[in-house]
Ligand binder design. Sequence first.
Ligand SMILES: NC(=O)c1ccc[n+]([C@@H]2O[C@H](COP(=O)([O-])OP(=O)(O)OC[C@H]3O[C@@H](n4cnc5c(N)ncnc54)[C@H](OP(=O)(O)O)[C@@H]3O)[C@@H](O)[C@H]2O)c1
Length: 288
Amino acid sequence: MYAIMGITGQIGGVVARTLLAAKQPVRAIVRDAIKGQAWSDRGCEVALAIIEDRASLATAFREAEGVFVLVPPSFDPLPEFPEAQAIGETLRSALVEANPERVVYLSTIGAQAKQSNLLTQHTIIEKAISGLPIPVTFLRPAWFMENSSWDVAPAMQQGVIPSFLQPLDRPVPMVATADIGKVAAGLLQVAWNGRRVIELEGPYRVTPNEIAATFAKLLDRSVRMEAVPRVSWEALFKSQGMKNPIPRIRMLDGFNEGWIDFERGEVGSQKGTVALETVLKTLIARGH
Ligand SMILES: NC(=O)c1ccc[n+]([C@@H]2O[C@H](COP(=O)([O-])OP(=O)(O)OC[C@H]3O[C@@H](n4cnc5c(N)ncnc54)[C@H](OP(=O)(O)O)[C@@H]3O)[C@@H](O)[C@H]2O)c1
């Protein structure tokens, strides 16, 4: 049986649907019983657990052949990342107690970076669960193509998309969540030993200008990217309610300056198959 966290989200949902399609037993880990009903209707066991609670996680992971661990995104962490430190310790002790056969942890591109930034949260959690006597795969995907859900409204309404990824003609490693979920489901089903890292991106790297051009093609209107000046980011993010925007800014710097990339570079990453156009078509169809 495979226990899946984040099953109501983008990637966990794909992991679970892929396993169910392969007739594999799935335990849906949810924090809301009402959301669990849809998975129960599909034949899944349901376990209630939250990332902050060791006991509920340990129960949810128990007797699993594989556990897919997904930590919810956090864009505005406190300085020094105390939330990630706590999650790392909670996960570590829940995994020790439950002792599943293997774990796939959804990490991120750049988790190996030395410079502090938003992704350091995954660096901290990877470290916390690295030394376990359980085989662990750190699946490190690229920038999600689905992050362009924020681009749909500006593309449709103004034909101008604000971009924090700059320069606009710089290729960025990106991947569709469908590819990530399928790869994770495959990893869970085949045993390995020890700790390993799998880096994953899409079929080719994508520039911000290419995102605009693809929207233009799909919407049949002119669409261009506009770089948001770096000097304005801190005030902008604070005006949007962020308390501690520096980690997010440093993450964007990391992509733009190239120090957030794969440990093994483009040649060493696994490649997905889903193209940007396919993802943008879906985002446009659902309106975001
Ligand atoms: N965006 C990127 O470019 C990128 C790149 C690399 C890695 N990542 C990583 O990918 C992950 C996000 O994946 P995603 O997009 O699939 O997530 P998502 O769609 O935002 O889903 C988040 C999931 O976490 C659940 N959740 C929220 N709070 C929880 C809690 N306290 N305890 C347990 N579960 C909780 C949600 O359940 P509810 O339905 O109950 O809310 C939902 O199932 C993050 O770790 C992020 O750092 C993102």
